[in-house]
Design a protein around this ligand. Sequence first.
Ligand code: GAL
Length: 714
Amino acid sequence: MKEQIWIAAAPGVWRTTVGNPGKPTPLSWIGASPRLEAMERLPQGEPPFELGEMRLFDAGSRGRGCIVSFPLGETEKLYGTGLQFMRMNQRGRTRYLRVNSDPKQDTGESHAPVPFYVSDRGYGVLVDSSAIVTMHLGSTMRRGDAARDRVRDRNADSGWKATLVSPRAEIQLPPEGADIYVFAGPTLEAVVRRYNLFCGGGALPPKWGLGFWHRVPKLFDADEAFEEALEFRKRDFPCDVIGLEPGWHSKSYPVTYEWDGKRFPDPRRFVERMSENGFRVNLWEHPYVSPDSELYAALEPLSGSHTVWGGIAPDYTLPEAAEAYKEQHDRRHAAIGVSGYKLDECDGSELTNNAWMFPAHAEFPSGLDGERMRQLYGLLFQKMTGDLFRSRNRRTYGLVRASNAGASPMPYVLYSDLYDHRQFIRALCNASFSGLLWTPEVRKARNAEDWVRRMQTVCFSPLAMLNAWGDGTKPWSYPEAEPIVRHYIKLRMRLLPYLYTAFAAYREDGVPPFRAMPFVVGPEQTAQAEAKLAGDESEILNTTDAAYGKRTGKQWDDQYMVGEALLVAPLFEGETERDVLLPPGVWYGFETGSRYEGGRVVRVRTGLEHIPVFVRDGAVIPTIPALPSVPAAGETTPLTFVHFGEADGECRLYDDDGETFDYEAGRCGWWTARVTRKPDGGYAGELTGPDGAAFSYREAGWTFARTKLPAEAE
Ligand code: GAL
């Protein structure tokens, strides 16, 4: 065992280097520059163990990497490890953190596996590596660590468990070693904020990115796409972004990145017409370049040894390759007003009927192998396209299918349709622990009820999108459900200032805009809340799962916070009621007005017309009218503050031009909207903020002591 040297990498962050890790790593590629001032403002804490307690076991022979291990507490829960679909508490599991589009089993593989876990005891551990990292999060037991009295007899003991509570997390590093970071708390939320800020702060999308998105069928031409967009206006459905699927390329699978001359004879005019009607255009692409692409000749010598679908896989860690890609994308897309990309299939799959990806042993000119390139590929595209729009001083917001550590500042949202509605929501929750964003996009549904439930959820997510590329669905596909779907898309538009402020807090303070319950309810509070549930049989949260027999405790991975004041608890097809874990305090049904005492589990019942959403007593929510699309920079929009319940309250409100990076030069501001009770029993509202800062709203009104959101016409 060797003594490791730890250095302070930033306030509350320590780093040690094991072996000789090369570059690029996820963090080095992103160019993460820690937001030190914001990190200093966080509450300061120490991990619950000495850094020297990290054990390092020698790599040994057989080319396997070093093992490092950290101590674990008896009941400690571990969250994170990226975009996980099968569970929230990863304690007791082995996480094989490989990028994979088809994580059919609970192995840890995912579109976005992030070797970062955060503990409910208030610390986090990150391994920054371009290779696959395996984290045994209390799933291994060394001889001598297993207490004799814990060993049980499965023949006779119904309490037998496959995984004994292990006192250590063991992490297998790649053979070259890696940088390891420990993040301090003191709370779980402080750890995640520190991680996000260390990576550069969260992404701030352009305002239009928070409107509604619709992707048209894969072979639609310019006229069809335009007509489909106008249908939103005719039917009074807000929409901001139209996504084009493979048919805009002159060839696809592999792709050219060039407009198809027949379907899109005049791309510039197409984008212009869309823009005149308040729509942005987003383009689908994947990484594998067709021999018929104008980029092929330049990229071919800069590509890996293996092809995918007959296309080359360029090595974009080489500056010449990245420059060629950016120059072409800028000229053909960004220069004519395209707003961003959907970066598909950069994750890879081994499924036999539709396998794609270069093998792990592929060789790339930079020296990276196929394993490392696959782990990094999604990040390479996020960074290149992000930089491309930045060079035009325009923000982008898009979709990506693969990611890794350090992605917090990347303006990209993960997606895939391989999951059921529950897994979609669990992924939304889990994404919040690892600096990721996820959309539970809607494609199709089993019936109108399923359709409505999915649409309601997606309207309370980082990116509200209908992805009709394969099914040709529209928000109004189920006529009986059309009014409900319209209502929720409009509700999202009304909440734009609230959502945008939540993202600004992500950027400036590292607070995820969508947060899983462990951010706001500690383990003891959760246990107490559950205990109050009369007649409930659910077990108190387990630290490990039993492989046989016993069901595991509820993890509350089917509800989440949106910003500071709203809690969303989706309902699923076939359900009309559910349990909701409410944090302490008084809460109201956001659209029903029912009053709830928090700090307990409550049972809610509602018809299809509502998704259960709760608002804190005293909350102040900034709203705008449900416009057809998000106002452009320079437009002024009436703003109404809605105050809920009885308590005094306040909210912060962030604003800037919503489209450029001028906010980095200070052209932005934070306002405070404060509601206080007057001696006569009425309420007064006051908006304060910096003089002269960009403000795109007109203070239109205040409404006080509401128990539910007023209908728009009021
Ligand atoms: C899939 C993707 C879909 C759609 C399709 C186009 O990989 O998940 O959303 O873009 O490719 O071929």
